[in-house]
Design a protein around this ligand. Structure first.
Ligand SMILES: [Fe+2]
Length: 415
């Protein structure tokens, strides 16, 4: 993130004597990525280092290590995440459903906030939340990050936070990467600013709302995810949100998917036009994340809004359908559908979608979906995720399995 922010009280010159509170010598911490060479933030703790544990670390309450499903023949997957029950808090309800060597995708459907004085820190991976349902705040050491349906929240690896839901329940689609997650670099200029033709505007990110430091003593627990996905519980004797101030380029933020300003073309356009985020160094590793928001279909007099069959051999494609306004997948997907199309297989619109899609030329669609395409990484479904998969999905492209009815004018096609 190129936007460098400064919040709270800070020393005029870094790493010099500073009193964030009258008469209290403050302690400095650097939260950084890529070995002192990537983005970082400087944090000024009021009086204690974050290393001050007051009890030995112990096994955490959760093991988030993806558990593989039995090996299957090569097949596409369609997971009905609407069938996953609500329950627990945002951490205990977190269920890894798809994974690879560098990426984990989870669904969480909590019914309550974190327990009091309990916090989470992902020390293994960077996180990107998409909110399907629910509202509240990610309360973080950097400040509060609001969320509501349709919001993304980007959380750098190592951020200490908790999720406070103001709604009775929530539904999160969570992407994790070992690589940092930022705005799509091909839409940024050399200064790191979003280009004028980009679908995103970096000034529309919602930075954390800074709050005064909590200079409190007591018992505070931080559950840290690490290793392959296990958690360890740390016990601190002080509140972890104790920053007098911070400055830098590494911090959590929110981004409303409706602020992804879709780019249309006279004829069908490929997913990189819809890209919001990227992890890693495309096209060599990591993944891209695209936001399929409402926009006008191609308006060429002979345009076919439905996409082509595509065989993107270096990418596994994951798509979360926030709604089901997708003509190309009509009758197959529902809100909360999560598909995995391995790069080893082509995929395409179903049935007569290409023919029907002509009726939507030049018309606005009402789609909402998030897509992730890996680069040179194969993904697999976990045992937990496989329980919610449509076992006949591979046959859904067969003409006998699909309907040719409807004119498709109200549906979106561009994937
Ligand atoms: Fe696709």
């Amino acid at each position: 993130m190129a936007v460098i922010l400064k919040r709270g009280n800070l020393p005029r010159t870094p790493h010099t004597e500073f009193y964030g509170k009258s008469g209290v010598f403050s302690l400095e911490e650097i939260h950084g990525i890529q070995g002192f060479s990537g983005a970082y933030s400087r944090k000024m703790h009021v009086r204690r280092y974050p290393t001050e544990q007051v009890a030995p670390p112990k096994k955490g309450p959760m093991d988030l290590t993806p558990q593989p499903a039995p090996r299957h023949p090569l097949t596409p997957y369609h997971m009905l995440t609407s069938k996953i029950p609500y329950g627990g808090d945002p951490l205990s309800s977190r269920t890894p459903v798809i994974y690879g060597p560098a990426t984990v995708i989870s669904i969480a459907k909590p019914q309550r906030s974190y327990a009091e004085n309990v916090f989470f820190r992902n020390g293994q991976m960077h996180e990107l939340y998409f909110v399907q349902e629910g509202q509240g705040f990610l309360s973080t050491e950097y400040g509060r990050v609001p969320f509501s349906p349709g919001y993304y929240a980007v959380v750098p690896k190592g951020t200490t936070y908790r999720i406070d839901c103001s709604s009775g329940r929530a539904w999160f689609f969570i992407i994790e990467s070992i690589y940092p997650i930022g705005l799509a670099p091909h839409y940024l200029n050399v200064e790191g600013q979003a280009k004028l033709m980009a679908p995103v505007v970096e000034t529309e990110i919602e930075a954390p709302i800074f709050e005064p430091p909590k200079d409190q003593e007591g018992r505070f627990w931080v559950d840290v995810k690490h290793g392959r996905g296990e958690t360890t519980r740390l016990t601190l004797g002080h509140h972890p949100f104790d920053l007098a101030g911070w400055e830098g380029a590494l911090y959590p933020y929110a981004f409303d998917i409706r602020n992804h300003h879709g780019i249309a073309r006279e004829i069908h356009t490929a997913p990189p036009m819809h890209q919001t985020f990227q992890a890693g160094q495309a096209p060599f590793n990591g993944f891209s994340v695209c936001s399929f928001v409402s926009q006008m279909e191609g308006w060429h007099p002979k345009e076919i809004p439905a996409p082509y069959a595509h065989y993107n051999v270096d990418s596994d494609e994951v798509m979360f359908f926030s709604n089901a306004h997708y003509g190309a997948r009509k009758g197959v997907v529902e809100p909360g559908s999560l598909t995995l199309h391995p790069g080893s297989l082509p995929h395409s619109p179903q049935g007569q979608a290409a023919w029907r899609s002509r009726a939507s030329r030049g018309k606005m669609n009402n789609r909402l979906a998030v897509m992730l395409d890996t680069f040179f990484e194969s993904l697999a479904v976990t045992a937990s995720g496989y329980r919610y998969c449509d076992k006949k999905y591979a046959l859904s492209w067969h003409r006998a399995a699909t309907s040719a009815s409807g004119n498709g004018a109200e549906m979106a096609y561009g994937t």
